[in-house]
Design a protein around this ligand. Structure first.
Ligand code: FEO
Ligand code: CA
Ligand code: CA
Ligand code: CA
Length: 670
């Protein structure tokens, strides 16, 4: 392991004040440039984006709702160069839509349909993943419209299934009679990386795109199927955008019908009843090979995958990826590869074959957090414990069934329900894993536990629960990714600085660092200062509880270590005045080691972060500005508002990526 220097002792920048401006605001001494935006063309001969709702061809444009992003270095010849700070490939997820701005007058016939084919095609293609070459010139960073590695992966792109579920009857559909192939990826949220330079994109809220009116097809389903569909929430009356209601002009295309998950035909290969089983996976993409077929890595389980961040890689040790399942009262998971890490694999050229080696065989675990500040990783292995055919709630048939229905397996194992597990991040200096728990309105006072200890009101809302979220951290026993036990504490409780310091603002946040609903989470690249590991932690918010005080934000932190604080009692209070006190483990108050670095424009979420390897160019995603507006009355003009203070009031907002640099050229944040 590298010699570790935790440096510096303080963050040098001045905190950005909370505000509700329609701008990205950064500290004095920093500059912001807009890099990519919804609709930007990423292939030759694609028209510039007019942004009036008439644009088409989103399979060759930057998609909507940019989420997690990653910079992959390129040398001057346009091939992989992990050390390049001046040219790279920006790979970004496109999670969802501000659908009202994609069409001239908003969407036709939502929510129930019938939807026009042309509108549905735009909406489908605006999802997925984009890869676009970017380069630094004298004027700053710019995308390269005809970059040789530019690519869009959409919900229509061919994908393969790998791992234990490949070929299972659970994946068989009218499109894939043998259950080995699929089409595309959707609701891609956070991401993950590998040392062999692939991208892991994660399918989060996929269930809501399917039409399956609750119980409408129960008579054609087995009891097991109904239990599983209900547990995963595949119960929408129309699907988010009612794509299944489209009648295709050619009469044959199934790119719309596939979003109807009802059992209507004679068998699973005659309809799309199993299509929901084709989503909810971690998908590996080789960004350096634009014709490669993405592989869904089923060994990592099926859930609302937020992200899949690896622990630190150590030669001879089996590597691990940490994964949140983002829904209320869902779980934290860890996949441990069966294969010990061989450092030379980082430089292999058949990158997806290396993915096969490490990501197709291994053990999926789920976390149980115990009251004494320890916890256990519980294995999701068919035949062990309750994961057998005789399980009364859900009889498991085989390992493919366990992985496809990881939530049901985790329920049976007694995992700890969490306050919406979002991103994971791993400290490059010591391997500690951090997990954002964004909020949980269903954490009632009678359900608090040591790892999710708060239930309260945050005025002016009258709702209760864990209104503001927290960040938990975990240290593996023996500091190894292979561990089956750990210690944990809570790094920070998010809260307004005006809230009760005894039971709500427990971490003592101030006007310089109060925040709510932490979501994006990322440690700076360990390469950013020569010869030194500099664990700078970035926190991004996706909040509705603090927007009375400020737009969403990003903070920078110099983290501590698990156990640097103390055990502490926290008392929650219900609406009827009942109280409950639990003992939890609270990290040392962050004080000036946590500061607000950036605020975003109106009605945005800040999500997606990376830097160049030298840490001197910070890429940040601004998702869904103006999400509550209409085409006639947009509620944000960003990013135009960033560069043109007199942009017309009808300017439509666009998700985008900004690049932030220090005026003195230094490492951003330090
Ligand atoms: Fe897509 Fe849980 O954020
Ligand atoms: Ca998120
Ligand atoms: Ca979120
Ligand atoms: Ca969002």
């Amino acid at each position: 392991e590298t010699t570790v220097t935790i440096s510096p002792a303080v963050l040098s920048f001045t905190a950005v004040a909370k505000n509700k401006n329609d701008l990205v605001t950064v500290p004095t001494g920093y500059a912001v440039g807009v890099l990519t935006r919804l609709g930007d063309p990423i292939a030759a001969d694609v028209a510039a984006y007019k942004n009036d709702g008439t644009d088409t061809n989103f399979a060759n444009r930057i998609g909507d709702h940019g989420d997690a992003l990653r910079y992959y270095g390129l040398n001057s010849a346009g091939t992989r160069d992990d050390a390049s700070n001046t040219r790279g490939l920006l790979v970004q997820n496109h999670e969802n839509l501000n659908v009202q701005y994609l069409h001239a007058n908003g969407p036709t016939n939502l929510p129930a349909g019938p939807r026009p084919e042309a509108e549905a095609i735009k909406e489908i293609e605006a999802h997925g993943v984009s890869a676009v070459e970017i380069q630094q010139t004298g004027a700053g960073w710019t995308p390269i419209q005809n970059g040789a590695l530019n690519r869009r992966i959409t919900p229509n792109t061919p994908v393969a299934f790998n791992g234990p579920v490949r070929g299972s009857a659970l994946l068989q559909t009218a499109f894939s009679a043998d259950g080995t192939a699929g089409r595309g990826t959707i609701n891609n949220c956070a991401n993950g990386v590998t040392p062999w330079a692939t991208n892991l994109t994660c399918e989060e809220n996929w269930a809501f795109y399917f039409r399956r009116p609750a119980a409408a097809d129960n008579a054609r389903r087995t009891a097991k199927e109904v239990t599983a569909l209900t547990r995963y929430g595949v119960t929408s009356a129309n699907g988010n955008y009612a794509w299944a209601s489209v009648t295709p002009a050619d009469g044959a295309s199934t790119i719309f019908r596939r979003w109807d998950a009802q059992a209507t035909g004679s068998s699973a290969t005659a309809d799309f009843r199993n299509e929901p089983n084709q989503f909810g996976w971690v998908v590996e993409i080789d960004p350096y090979n634009r014709t490669s077929v993405p592989r869904k890595r089923t060994a990592l389980g099926r859930m609302n995958h937020e992200g899949a961040w690896p622990g630190n890689f150590v030669a001879g040790t089996r590597p691990a990826w940490y994964m949140g399942d983002d829904a209320q009262n869902e779980y934290l998971y860890k996949f441990v590869s069966a294969t010990a890490w061989v450092a030379a694999d980082a430089n292999a050229t058949d990158r997806l074959a290396i993915g096969d080696k490490y990501l197709d065989t291994g053990t999926l675990y789920v976390a149980r957090f115990d009251a004494d500040g320890t916890g256990d990783w519980l294995p999701l292995v068919f035949g062990q414990g309750p994961l057998t055919p005789s399980n009364a709630t859900y009889p498991f048939a085989d390992q493919a069934d366990v992985l496809t229905h990881a939530r049901l397996a985790a329920d049976a194992l007694g995992a700890t329900p969490m306050d919406r597990p979002e991103w994971t991040a791993v400290n490059p200096a010591n391997g500690e894993m951090y997990l954002t728990l964004t909020n949980n309105s269903s954490r009632s006072v009678d359900r608090v536990d040591p790892a999710n200890p708060r239930s309260y009101q945050d005025p002016p809302s009258t709702a209760r629960g864990n209104r503001n979220g927290h960040i938990l951290r975990l240290r593996e026993d023996g500091d190894t990714t292979e561990a089956t036990g750990f210690r944990w504490d809570i790094y920070v409780f998010a809260a307004g600085s005006d809230l009760d310091p005894a039971n709500i603002n427990i971490s003592g946040l101030t006007a310089d660092n109060d925040h709510s609903s932490p979501d994006g989470l990322w440690f700076s690249r360990p390469t950013n200062v020569a010869g030194q590991v500099s664990p700078l932690l970035w926190v991004q918010t996706d909040d509705g509880a603090f927007t009375d005080q400020t737009n969403n934000q990003m903070l920078a932190a110099l983290p501590g270590t698990v156990g640097d604080g103390a055990a502490r009692s926290v008392t929650s209070t219900g609406a009827d005045g009942t109280t409950r006190t639990v003992t939890t483990y609270v990290g040392a108050a962050p004080g000036a080691r946590l500061k607000r670095f950036l605020t975003g424009p109106l009605e945005c979420e800040i999500t997606g972060v990376d830097t160049t390897p030298d840490g001197r160019n910070l890429f940040v995603g601004v998702q869904h500005p103006g999400e509550n507006g209409t085409p006639a009355a947009p509620t944000s003009k960003w990013p135009d508002s960033q560069t043109n203070s007199s942009a017309p009031a009808t300017t439509r907002p666009r998700s985008g990526v900004v690049v932030i640099v220090r005026a003195d050229g230094g490492v951003v944040g330090l």
